[in-house]
Design a protein around this ligand. Structure first.
Ligand code: ATP
Length: 579
């Protein structure tokens, strides 16, 4: 009966409609009482043989039935509105928080599990808050009033009603703890299965290639069976509680009826009083029966409450306490000063004392062997994590001094893994700038070397892409993502292997076009193929988390260090390809 704090919190999102739904539910219950009163009088009149007043009484009963139908309709509509309000607010809140948590959190959480919480969990909370809670309040308020009314007519009836009511309400509470545990187990299985299915669907090509489809199917079947077992285990406990309630309701009604008959037989109450006690005894239990029904509707919300609370209160990897808006009028200078960083839980630092600057309005390339820490460096600039030592400044200010949202908006990123949505090409591009004109879209697409291929699509810019851009080639996806980043028109552009899936000749052209188009912006480029970055104003060579050398292409080749070796390896590879 104790309402989970997360669910109470959710209910606050729709105080007014919930209050209205509760009052209407109360009115519906009162109409049942009025009907009981009128029927008792009618029955008493029949017993007395005074049928004169019957038509009026029966007409009044019909009127009450009609009013209740109207009230019930209004109640359901108000409750649905309250539920929708709770759902929308809760999802908005969760999505905004997920945005604040950023990629650092999402790399550890399973997408399918988060989806299950945000979609199914919130749906359950809607049912709990909009249907169960109003009924709970009515159930706690109405039976005591009824008992008082019964006590005024025939106090002895309370001997049957009070224990039965207490048993009906408090009996199932004996299972609360067990039910909560079973509920959590059920929810964990439910979330896990959601995550497994999503992963299996998204990874189907990899599973097929590895010949693992059959094995995955069997694993999913086992997980489904596990969910089934968890559901049955939860149901068993829940049904035990419902069984107790039913038993108490039926026993209480029967006991009330017997006591009413007994007092009538002994002449202690009038005929009207006896009928009234009989009918009111039944009404005492109606809210309890209704509550048991709504409990099942809203139970998923109770199971999901812990998961929702965990998601809503998850701590972001970095604090968002900076207030400075990142509204740089001109391209800013980026500086890394003695930056040291170790991933949470990792033993060894990934970056050790990294120091370099990316001059304002210039292109700086970061190169180095795989695992050198290049992407990590870019992640720190975007504050997916904060370094344990050293500073990263933009325009002379610590990145932490900026408002996190505006810092991330000021830096357009294209990474190795692009994300395109199941929407038209134009809609995908306009994600970066909703108000961009068609000409602007076209200009960005031309610069990214994708315009001609877009116009060759069946509907040009209006062509709807498959999920994650599945209907495009890897290189086309990357170039579309590049066009989107250009459209964002942010003063800092970060390209992390942004052209890795584009063929080498094309890559050189795109990089040339891009640097020309991005003139006036500060560009950071990470690329494996050195040919793509040889024209960069400055090249930072990273090795094992340290800066090995800084310079331009010529100076670095002349110095004969790691860069020269990487360039030589790249040249031999190209010659091999050409041969
Ligand atoms: P590549 O050229 O292969 O993309 P990179 O130079 O960009 O490599 P990073 O992705 O920055 O390298 O990774 C540097 C090191 O940090 C690697 O050893 C990697 O295993 C580790 N690392 C990366 N991401 C995480 C993470 N989220 N948690 C723990 N360690 C990580």
């Amino acid at each position: 009966m104790i309402v989970h704090p997360e669910l109470r919190r959710a209910a606050r999102h729709a105080r007014r409609p919930l209050l209205a739904a509760t009052l209407l539910q109360g009115a519906v219950t009162l109409s049942w009482l009025a009907q009981a009163g009128l029927l008792a009088q009618a029955l008493a009149a029949i017993a007395r043989g005074a049928t004169g007043s019957l038509p009026v009484l029966l007409a009044a009963v019909l009127a009450v039935v009609a009013v209740r139908a109207g009230l019930g309709c209004a109640q359901r509509r108000t409750a649905a509105r309250a539920g929708a309000q709770v759902r929308v607010r809760l999802r908005d809140e969760l999505l905004a928080h997920l945005g604040r948590l950023g990629p650092a959190q999402l790399t550890t959480a399973r997408t399918g599990a988060v989806r299950t919480t945000v979609v199914d969990g919130v749906e359950g909370v809607d049912a709990y808050v909009s249907r169960y809670l109003p009924q709970l309040i009515v159930t706690l308020a109405v039976p005591p009033l009824l008992l008082a009314a019964v006590a005024a007519i025939e106090p002895r009836a309370l001997l049957g009603l009070v224990p039965a009511l207490l048993l009906a309400l408090a009996g199932p509470r004996a299972w609360d703890r067990l039910l909560a545990r079973r509920g959590r187990e059920h929810w964990d299985s439910y979330e896990g299965l959601g995550a497994d299915y999503l992963e299996a669907l998204q990874g189907m090509p990899a599973l097929r290639a590895a010949g693992a489809v059959g094995r995955t199917r069997r694993r999913l079947e086992e997980r489904s069976a596990q969910l089934h077992r968890a559901t049955v285990a939860k149901l068993r406990v829940s049904l035990a509680g419902t069984g107790i309630t039913d038993l108490a309701v039926q026993g209480g009604t029967a006991a009330g009826a017997l006591l009413a008959c007994w007092s009538s037989a002994t002449g202690a109450t009038s005929a009207a009083g006896t009928y009234l006690v009989l009918l009111l005894a039944g009404e005492c239990f109606r809210p309890v029966r209704d509550l048991a029904r709504e409990w099942h509707a809203g139970y998923l919300g109770v199971s999901a409450a812990d998961g929702l609370a965990a998601l809503r209160t998850a701590e972001p990897a970095v604090p968002d306490t900076g207030r400075e808006p990142a509204d740089w009028q001109q391209a800013p200078r980026l500086a890394f000063q003695d930056v040291e960083f170790t991933y949470p839980g990792a033993g060894e630092p990934t970056l050790r004392g990294v120091t370099f600057t990316a001059e304002a309005g210039r292109t700086t390339a970061i190169v180095g062997p795989s695992g050198a820490g290049k992407s990590t460096l870019l992640g720190l600039l975007l504050r997916h994590h904060d370094p344990q030592r050293g500073r990263i400044t933009v325009d002379g200010r610590d990145t932490a001094a900026y408002d996190l949202g505006s810092l991330r908006r000021g830096i357009a990123v294209v990474s190795q893994e692009t994300y395109l949505f199941h929407a038209s090409v134009a809609q995908n591009l306009r994600l970066a700038r909703a108000g961009a004109t068609d000409e602007e879209l076209e200009r960005a697409a031309r610069t990214a070397g994708i315009h001609d291929e877009i116009t060759a699509l069946p509907d040009g810019y209006a062509t709807v892409l498959g999920e994650r851009g599945a209907t495009l080639s890897g290189g086309q996806r990357q170039r579309l993502a590049l066009a989107r980043a250009l459209l964002a028109d942010a003063p800092v552009l970060v390209l992390d292997e942004a052209t890795s899936a584009v063929d080498e000749r094309r890559e050189a052209d795109i990089v040339r076009e891009l640097t020309a188009a991005a003139r006036g912006r500060t560009v950071l480029v990470v690329a494996h193929r050195l040919a793509a970055v040889r024209h960069a104003d400055r090249i930072v060579v990273l090795d094992g988390g340290r800066v090995d050398a800084v310079g331009d292409h010529r100076a670095l080749v002349a110095a004969g260090g790691l860069y020269a070796r990487l360039a030589e390896a790249g040249r031999t590879h190209e010659e091999g390809l050409a041969a």
